[in-house]
Design a protein around this ligand. Structure first.
Ligand SMILES: *Cc1c(COP(=O)(O)O)cnc(C)c1O
Length: 399
């Protein structure tokens, strides 16, 4: 894949300083990308960033400069976000919110709550009443039939979470139970503002627009029957990142035009992407430690591994990378190298699952060369099992 010269220069400098493996976040590229996303969306569509994709404080701060708010899914993320981006608008979602988390979020003045169940709604109503506050909620919905036609993402199989039995969101019966609770006397501490859905992950623009139509087709009628004026619809995230074609990005312009055609006067549409916002700004930089042949196949072992970059193991893909040739070789024996052909790139863990890229065609890879894995800015360091085998942690750098 294409390696920006500034990332290459950083990798060579870190190698000289013995500071590999390392993560590099290109904040300049992230600024440009987040600004382009905001520009591609109509003004009437709000752009929240899903913090779980990458909560790095400087990444958050950079994205927040171009987003309308941040979506968090735990008290930990909420407190961290409040300190990284003081005063930013926050939506609190996710399953299994505890009463203590809900109380703390109410006291903190959380902008929107995404409610996952009737029990959670009651807990929230009570916490709000006790705090003497009124909170604004979106009910997370899992509409029937919403999974149909959602499998057609680019870059592999979409992860569908709607339209089928799921711990996420509510089908019509539970949604109506929530509405009854909201209409009951004494529920004044909770204000219903609309619906939230996050039905699939890994969709292209047309797939996401189809999913938006499903939610709006159901949600407009449901909200108006429940007396919700100027409803809000949070369409979720799930914009695809294609790890096989790292240079092709989600078509934000097409998506933005589609949303502009969908939105009705008086209503607010909101999206909360994560992966497609930050994936591209992150690089995991490492050095090839060893190269050898095994039963006719070449293997390269790099410093670090999937305990730093779990993304390829979690998603089942080859992490795209660029090789940086390092000419110097000081040991007094022949430099280990692959021939022309394919090579499997793995890490230092004692498990056959520690594979970053499998049977990749390469001209040559030698011990001492550097590797820059791209698309490592989302669901990468923060989802990895850092302490397995107790190797040193990577160093972190910002461009
Ligand atoms: C994970 C998640 C997102 C972000 O998904 P991406 O695939 O990273 O865009 C948005 N909303 C909810 C509710 C989520 O769980």
């Amino acid at each position: 894949m294409m390696l920006p010269p500034r990332v290459r220069d950083l990798a060579l400098r870190l190698d000289a300083e013995d500071a590999l493996p390392a993560y590099a976040y290109d904040l300049g590229a992230l600024t440009a990308h987040a600004a382009a996303i905001r520009d591609a969306l109509p003004r009437s569509v709000e752009f929240y960033y899903a913090v779980k994709a990458n909560p790095d404080a400087r990444v958050l701060h950079t994205v927040a400069g171009h987003a309308d708010g941040l979506e968090v899914s735990s008290s930990g993320e909420r407190a961290h976000t409040a300190s990284a981006v003081p005063g930013g608008k926050v939506a609190f979602g996710g399953p299994g919110k505890t009463a203590a988390e809900i109380t703390a979020a109410v006291r903190a003045g959380t902008h929107r709550f995404h409610v996952e169940s009737p029990h959670e709604l009651r807990t929230l109503a009570e916490a709000a009443r006790a705090a003497g506050r009124t909170v604004d909620v979106l009910l997370r919905v899992n509409p029937s039939g919403s999974g149909a036609g959602l499998g057609a993402g680019f870059g592999g199989v979409a992860l569908v979470m709607g339209g089928r039995p799921s711990p996420f969101g509510m089908d019509l019966a539970l949604l109506n139970a929530c509405a009854d609770t909201l209409a009951s006397p004494g529920s004044g501490s909770v204000r219903l503002r609309g619906l939230h859905a996050h039905l699939a992950s890994g969709l292209d623009a047309d797939g996401l627009l189809a999913s938006a139509r499903t939610l709006l087709g159901f949600g407009r009628g449901w909200c108006s029957a429940r007396g919700v004026r100027d409803p809000e619809f949070n369409l979720g995230g799930g914009m695809a990142v294609d790890y096989r074609r790292p240079d092709s990005v989600f078509d934000w312009a097409r998506y933005g035009r589609g949303l502009a055609a969908l939105v009705c006067p008086g209503e607010t549409l909101r999206i909360e992407p994560g992966r497609a916002v930050t994936a591209y700004c992150g690089w995991y930089l490492s050095r090839v430690l060893d190269v050898k042949q095994s039963h006719g196949e070449a293997f390269a072992v790099v410093a670090g591994g999937t305990h730093h970059l779990r993304t390829p193991a979690a998603k089942g893909h080859d992490q795209p990378f660029a090789v940086i040739d390092v000419p110097g070789w000081t040991p007094g024996w022949e430099r280990p190298a692959t021939g022309t052909g394919s090579v499997t790139v793995c890490g230092q863990l004692c498990t056959p699952k520690d594979i970053l890229a499998s049977r990749v065609q390469l001209l040559r890879l030698r011990a001492g060369d550097l590797i820059a894995f791209g698309l490592a800015g989302a669901y990468a360091w923060n989802i990895s099992h850092h302490s397995f085998l107790m190797h040193p942690e990577p160093t972190f750098h910002y461009l």
